[in-house]
Design a protein around this ligand. Structure first.
Ligand code: ADP
Ligand code: MG
Length: 706
């Protein structure tokens, strides 16, 4: 029975988390106070305090059935890693005791040699360290039979201090924006102790029957289908979006919710997405590093709970061709520690200095570093999704809403915009409510949309970590804020207002080319964007290349987010990942064709041939249809066999190149193109062959299961 059937959500929400209330309960008053200072103000964590916190955690964890603990981190593979240690230790007399010390909590040592480091770490320096991120609370996870493990979120770095994970740069980028944000707030006279990055990640996914999943090697090995003809009914009637949720799926969602709530994750919204068998889950936003950790847990929970329901959860960006893919919308905003949203326009945005500056800073950052923004959403999987008819194109632009655009145009033209805004309100249309309504209708075609009090980065792929896009949004915005502060810090207080307007004008005029409120899916926009001089990075390989541009390395080094070495290592890992993922796809396709599709087609050929023989004995023209089919099928069979050989050759050739960049280009231009051409043949064959001979579940089977 689900807990929700016997208890209120609030009675068990967060029961598996060492959260604030638990901390208070298990720590002495003074230790609690000290730990809060460590968490909230970034104070140093002393040895004594660490010991006390560790003892409290151990106490709480073992009372809640945990026998092990693990440092939990996010290596550059993009997933999470853990190694379990039991609490068991032997005391001086050889008696078994439970032990978990402050140093166990603070720091762990892991053999880093099997994690990708992009060349940073020579094998003789295989040691890696995991360091507690106390701003993301520890939690307990239980396996089916109830064994519990205490998870301690950590950052992961090498012996030499290089970041080997996705969390360290994220924390550093949050610090960068905190520093520059506070600088600006000080100039503006706004009281704050901290500038916080808030993130809400909407997670899209597909849910299919496990038995179909098991039969499709492509789904099992690559996460997506490598072929499959469109079913007679797709999503053309738009009858899936927000449709009533079937019992099987809502049972699944109820279990997911319960698991997430126990982990203190505020699973909030769930609905059917646009494609058949596609759904979405969104939690309430939280601080960026916590939201990132929690998103990893959400993905893991979706997969695990699906297994329990004989379902498979697909997080690939484009599991089915010609059907909507899945994204992870990264909703991003900045606030003070008092919860004041710095991107909220208020009732008179044109006179809201804080809003104007922070908003303009984001626009300028997106334009100045559009290459990095684009790169942060690049991956082999997302490449198939972007630019389709359902996801943002590869061109970076910001949707601001027309009202906001008009307001900025007026500011730039020196008009008194306050009056205009007041008119909007007077005319009975609530300015912001209207803005909100507009955006939900039209922002769908923009990679980044301003949605009233936050920016929604819609380009991120479903399986990606939220960390990378956040690092980029944080650092690039911090950089523009820093330039803004450099200017405004020199201005006399009585000239500040004028200087702010001048600066907003200057920045907006320079960077508004990135603002586009029209249809981002249209061909006209593609032309217009080029006319405006916006960079168009069509594919991941081109996008990855921009990571090491001088201006980008300078950016990360200036704000102490990443060193050149760390950037280069990440670039190498991205490319390597791209090549390897495509390689696995090619091998899987070759295997499926050789083992099942070619044999099935040959079987059909021989069935037709024997029918033709038999019919010819009866009368000469009786086998006309069979003859025609046999010819068609044989022609496709030939083509398929040919292209598979070409694919094998292309894959080998790419593999022989010593230069990863060249390899990636060969993979992109040869291997992936050939795979598309093979898919065309297979999809035609699928349409011609009898259902009982076709060896794999079809899109109709998979997407319209019971
Ligand atoms: P929309 O309809 O604009 O997509 P929703 O209310 O559905 O907005 O929110 C989508 C996601 O954005 C949720 O995860 C939500 O918690 C998050 N979100 C809402 N406000 C903010 C904010 N100020 N900063 C960051 N994320 C936010
Ligand atoms: Mg949204």
């Amino acid at each position: 029975m689900r807990i929700t059937e016997s208890k209120k959500i609030t009675d068990f929400f967060g029961c598996n988390v060492f959260d604030d209330a638990t901390m208070k309960k298990y720590l002495s008053e003074s230790a609690y106070k000290e730990l809060r200072e460590v968490i909230d103000q970034g104070k140093q964590l002393g040895k004594e305090l660490a010991n006390e916190v560790a003892a409290a955690m151990k106490e709480w964890a073992s009372q809640n059935g945990a026998t092990h603990y693990t440092h939990w981190f996010q290596p550059l593979t993009g997933t999470t890693a853990e190694k379990h240690d039991s609490f068991i230790a032997l005391d001086k007399n050889g008696n078994t005791v439970l032990e978990f010390t402050g140093s166990n909590l603070r720091k762990g040592e892991a053999d880093a040699s099997s994690f990708p480091s992009g060349g940073i770490r020579a094998t003789f320096e295989a040691r890696g360290y995991t360091i507690w991120d106390c701003s993301s609370p520890a939690f307990i996870k239980r396996s089916k039979n109830g064994t519990g493990v205490l998870y301690i979120p950590t950052a992961f770095c090498s012996y030499t201090g290089d970041a080997l994970d996705k969390k360290t740069p994220l924390l550093k980028s949050m610090e960068a924006i905190n520093k520059q944000g506070l600088r600006l707030l000080k100039i503006l006279g706004v009281q704050a102790n901290k500038v916080i990055v808030n993130v809400g990640g909407e997670q899209e996914y597909f849910l299919i029957d496990k038995k179909d999943f098991n039969k499709r090697d492509d789904l099992r090995f690559t996460g997506r289908t490598l072929f499959g003809a469109l079913p007679p009914k797709g999503q053309e009637k738009n009858d899936q979006y927000y449709a009533s949720i079937r019992d099987r799926v809502s049972d699944f969602m109820a279990d997911v919710d319960e698991e997430l709530w126990k982990l203190g994750i505020t699973a909030k919204t769930e609905h059917n997405e646009a494609a058949p068998a596609q759904h979405e889950l969104a939690p309430i936003f939280s601080v960026a590093n916590l939201a990132t950790d929690q998103n990893q847990l959400i993905m893991e929970t979706l997969k695990k709970v699906a297994e329990n329901h004989n379902l498979a959860c697909l997080l690939h960006e484009k599991p089915f061709a010609n059907i909507n893919g899945s994204g992870k919308h990264c909703n991003w905003s900045l606030s003070t520690d008092d919860g004041v949203n710095l991107l909220k326009p208020g009732s008179d945005p044109s006179h809201n200095r804080t809003f104007l500056l922070f908003f303009t800073a984001v626009i300028a950052a997106v334009d100045k570093y559009s290459d990095l923004i684009r790169m942060s959403a690049a991956s082999l999987g997302n490449e198939a999704r972007l630019g389709g008819n359902e996801a943002p194109p590869a061109i970076i632009s910001v949707y601001t809403g027309e009202d906001m655009e008009k307001m900025f145009d007026a500011i730039c033209a020196g008009e008194e915009v306050g009056v205009r805004v007041k008119e909007y309100i007077k005319s009975g249309v609530n300015y912001l409510a209207e803005l909100g309504k507009d955006t939900s209708d039209r922002n769908r075609t923009a990679p980044i949309a301003f949605t009233g009090n936050k920016f929604e980065f819609r380009m991120v792929g479903a399986s990606a970590t939220l960390s990378t896009p956040c690092v980029i949004l944080n650092t690039t915005t911090a950089d523009v804020l820093s330039d803004i502060c450099d200017r405004l810090e020199k201005v006399k207080p009585n000239e500040l207002d004028g200087a702010i307007v001048d600066l907003v004008k200057e920045l907006y005029t320079k960077h508004s080319r990135v603002v586009f409120n029209g249809n981002g899916y249209s061909k006209e926009w593609s032309k217009e964007a080029r006319r405006r001089g916006l960079e168009v990075l069509e594919n991941s390989v081109d996008a990855y290349e921009t990571f090491t541009r001088d201006k980008n390395v300078e950016l990360f080094e200036k704000h102490k987010v990443m060193t050149r070495r760390e950037i280069e290592s990440r670039q190498a890992i991205y490319l390597d990942n791209y090549i390897k993922s495509a390689g696995i796809e090619a091998e899987t396709l070759i295997m499926m064709v050789k083992q099942n599709i070619l044999p099935a087609t040959m079987k059909y050929q021989s069935i037709l041939a024997s029918q033709i023989n038999a019919l010819n004995l009866v009368a000469p023209n009786l086998a006309d249809v069979q003859n025609k089919h046999l010819l068609n099928v044989s022609e496709l069979l030939n083509m398929l066999d040919n292209r598979i050989e070409k694919l094998k050759f292309a894959k080998n050739t790419a593999g022989q190149s010593k230069d990863v960049n060249k390899q990636a280009i060969l993979v992109r231009d040869q291997v992936l193109t050939l795979m598309d051409s093979i898919r065309e043949v297979i999809d035609k064959l699928e349409g011609m062959m009898p259902k009982d001979i076709w060896p794999y579940p079809t899109y109709s089977d998979i997407l319209f299961y019971n």
